[in-house]
Design a protein around this ligand. Sequence first.
Ligand code: UD1
Length: 354
Amino acid sequence: MKILSVVGARPQFVKLAAIADAAARRDDVEHVIVHTGQHYDAAMSDVFFADLRIPAPDVNLAVGSGTHGRQTGAMLAGMDDVLAEHQPDWTLVYGDTNSTLAGTLSAVKMHLRVAHLEAGLRSFNRRMPEEHNRVLTDHAADLLLAPTEVARTHLAAEGLAERTLVTGDVMTDVCLRVAESVRDAALVLPPGIDPAEPFAVATIHRADNTDDPERLRALVTALQDLELPVALFAHPRLVAKAAEAGITLAGGAVHVGEPVAYPELIGAVQRASAVITDSGGLQKEAYLLGTPCSTIRTETEWVETLEGDWNRLVTDPRELPAAVGRPRPTAERPPHYGDGRAAARSVEALAERA
Ligand code: UD1
């Protein structure tokens, strides 16, 4: 059986690590990796392949950045020849980025079967490009590999129950494995942060937070005013938008660093007193590792993390100090995200249906 994975953005490389490993453990699976080139900086792409021991991509479409239409269109144009050459039994797409949607559309138009990993997540916020990508992908795909029971419920409500299989969350597989391996490793933090003292880890990259200068300014000011030192691992979009708006990220509590490799991020989250983020994956990693999270968004797809106050939504930056300073939750964290074997289960599901 041949699986062709289409990836392009940072969180997809983490998911791919789990699938590539599960595929390599079976001798009945040939796995082809296509990188769209959506993320191209070494820190956003290459280090993930190296650190997570993912085989080098077989194909790189090198599309780079652009408006949503241009970027997605360039991927679509590039995928036809790739799919025609490889004729996979399954095209596997991951998560909710423009690379997910492009991989899906190209395959269904060539009458090739598509499986969507991390199907059924919903924010119900139609301003998010990720929400368009998820909904369109779920409705076009043939097999929906859902990470949670909540995701299954969303798919059922949209008439997609028959195509759905709950596998658990593949990011959990990788997160738990990596957390164990870096438990005693030295932390990589921006200069000025003392790893022996309490600190927070922050990441911001969503268009809703970065693209409106007033919103971004309020957010950066709130971060700078926190009492806890903040290690801000700055995504290129954040750096670019702050520069455009004349906003200096560093200052006050905020210490700025480059985006870090996955094991380094997990190591920092594991030892941090708090996480502040608008990332989907990081909210869940904080939950898995038992670090309280404040999420700078109006909603979350990973609603299970909100239970017991482990994750709290912060819509107004002025609410940030109270959220970050809240007492450490004591509630249990049930294993909503699976048992760390989601990737093996997903590959098994594809093989059974090849
Ligand atoms: C994309 C995904 C988002 C995911 C995120 C993870 C979509 C619609 N969004 O958002 O769901 O959470 O990846 O990071 O697909 N840039 C660089 N170097 C890079 C990559 C990006 O400089 O290697 C800059 C460019 O200025 C680019 C901007 O960042 O225009 C945004 O990159 P893009 O891939 O379009 O979206 P992300 O914000 O990364």
